[in-house]
Write a protein that binds this ligand. Structure first.
Ligand code: ATP
Length: 303
């Protein structure tokens, strides 16, 4: 096999609580992560050296691209000199808190495992993924999971598949993840109090109670991002006026809300769009998904 195509899905944080900081500079987190159907498409082909091309102009194509780093890691871990040509069709907004880069890295690990017939199983791929970034192990497995540590320790929980998501993001606005965590650390050093109710949220997830899940969404990073990014705060308010809780995903600036049906999601999208009335504000309607990375078969590709 000398070419492979993959779907790499993004994620949202249903819950993000910072419980402390660690000696290694990272934060100790408790999160509930959820895969969504909004996805990039990647093609991997055998080639000379590693090369990356991407449909989105803001995404770097050099060795700083996480897909590139994943390919480089596979070369060094398995002592291979084979090259790979990576083509990314970017649909997930960039620097948006949706793990766009991490899921590309996860797709490259899965793709190269297949291209080079390495026979690695998911837990082995997840160990490699953790060396690239904290979100990569989750992107590999997907679904609904509790993530602890830096976000790399995963406990799967029953998948939620029936909920719809409205995402809103301003064009050209990105939040640096390191900036968000560093600012949080400076502001809340030593007193990491959180008002999230993870126990009730988990209960609502177990009983698949969409309406309650939507009300219990929580993200500590809003405390530092919202005061700096006024439009994100206003977008959150516009979602509330449309009758749903708007919550920032990861380090933002994407704000999302949960809905019980596609019809409700589209209604919320239209109401929020009209209320904010800003041509730079873009929306996506998508749904929960249970798989992070998907290898496309010849049959899938014809669709
Ligand atoms: P996370 O939720 O994992 O913190 P994010 O969704 O906030 O990530 P990304 O879309 O991964 O953010 O992009 C963060 C930065 O990473 C971008 O500004 C870009 O320069 C860089 N980057 C490197 N590789 C990629 C990639 N394959 N796709 C998108 N961005 C990438």
């Amino acid at each position: 096999m000398d070419s492979i195509e993959l779907i790499a899905r993004g994620k949202i944080n249903l819950y993000l609580e910072i419980i402390g900081h660690r000696a290694d500079g990272y934060h100790e987190l408790v999160m509930i992560l959820q895969t969504i159907d909004l996805a990039d498409r990647l093609i991997l082909e055998t080639g000379d050296g590693i090369s990356v091309s991407c449909s989105h102009a803001e995404v770097p194509t050099d060795e700083t691209n996480l897909a590139y780093r994943a390919a480089r890691l596979m070369q060094s871990e398995f002592n291979r000199s084979d090259g790979v040509k990576i083509t990314i069709d970017k649909q997930i907004p960039v620097a948006a808190g949706l793990a766009g880069g991490s899921c590309n890295a996860a797709a490259v690990l899965v793709g190269i495992n297949q291209l080079w017939s390495l026979g690695l199983i998911l837990p082995e791929l997840q160990v490699l993924g953790g060396k690239i970034g904290s979100d990569v192990p989750f992107c590999l497995s997907g679904g609904t999971a509790i993530a602890t540590g830096r976000g790399e320790k995963l406990d799967p929980i029953p998948d939620l598949e029936s909920l719809w998501v409205v995402l809103g993001k301003y064009d050209g606005m990105g939040v640096s993840t390191p900036w968000a965590y560093q600012t949080y650390r400076q502001q809340f050093r030593g007193k990491y109090d959180s008002s999230g109710d993870m126990g009730s949220l988990l209960q609502a997830i177990t009983s698949q109670n969409g309406a309650t899940i939507g009300k219990l969404l929580y993200n500590d990073l809003e405390k530092v991002v919202l005061p700096e990014y006024g439009p994100v705060e206003r977008l959150r308010e516009a979602f509330a006026n449309a009758g749903v809780v708007g919550m920032m995903s990861g380090s933002g600036p994407t704000v999302f809300a949960l809905c019980e049906s596609e019809v409700q999601a589209k209604l919320v999208q239209e109401r929020t769009r009209e209320a904010v009335n800003d041509p730079d504000l873009h929306f996506w309607v998508t749904k929960f998904a249970s798989t992070g990375i998907e290898l496309l078969t010849t049959e899938d590709k014809r669709r």
